[in-house]
Design a binder for this molecule. Structure first.
Ligand SMILES: [Zn+2]
Length: 132
């Protein structure tokens, strides 16, 4: 697999922020491809990073299927990931607390918020998030 470059990722990330209606909430924030294997929300420097695997639909299809999700969600995984990190920014927390989950539920399209169950199943279930 060819790994996505920062230059290739940037317009996709910028487009996702606009498409998800997060331009206002992420005003003054930067969103970049992560240099490592995972994403992060740096609340002190207002920087969100998204890992390369979130762009890899083929890899995600297999990953999702193994966890009991519809493989068709793979094309929306990047949107979910952007929403997850944006929820950290909006709730101003690094935790996956009830506050974080409230922010996530507010901004994440309902058909993809279930992907949170593949990451933080206990917190997501407690917030009422269910698999389709
Ligand atoms: Zn998180």
């Amino acid at each position: 697999m060819k790994r996505i470059t920062a230059d290739e990722a940037q317009p996709i990330l910028d487009d996702a922020v606009v498409r998800l209606g997060l331009s206002k909430q992420l005003h003054n924030w930067k969103i970049r491809l992560s240099k490592g294997g995972r994403g992060y929300c740096h609340t002190n420097t207002k920087l969100i990073t998204i890992p390369a695997f979130a762009f890899d639909v083929t890899l995600l299809e297999a990953w999702l299927e193994k966890r009991g999700f519809a493989p068709s969600l793979a094309v929306r995984y990047l949107d979910y990931y952007v929403c997850h990190e944006a929820a950290h920014a909006i709730a101003n927390t690094h935790t996956h607390s009830a506050n974080f989950m409230r922010a996530l539920l507010k901004i994440c399209p309902p058909e993809i918020v279930q992907l949170e169950l593949g990451y933080k199943p206990r917190n997501a279930s407690a917030a009422g998030i269910k698999k389709d």
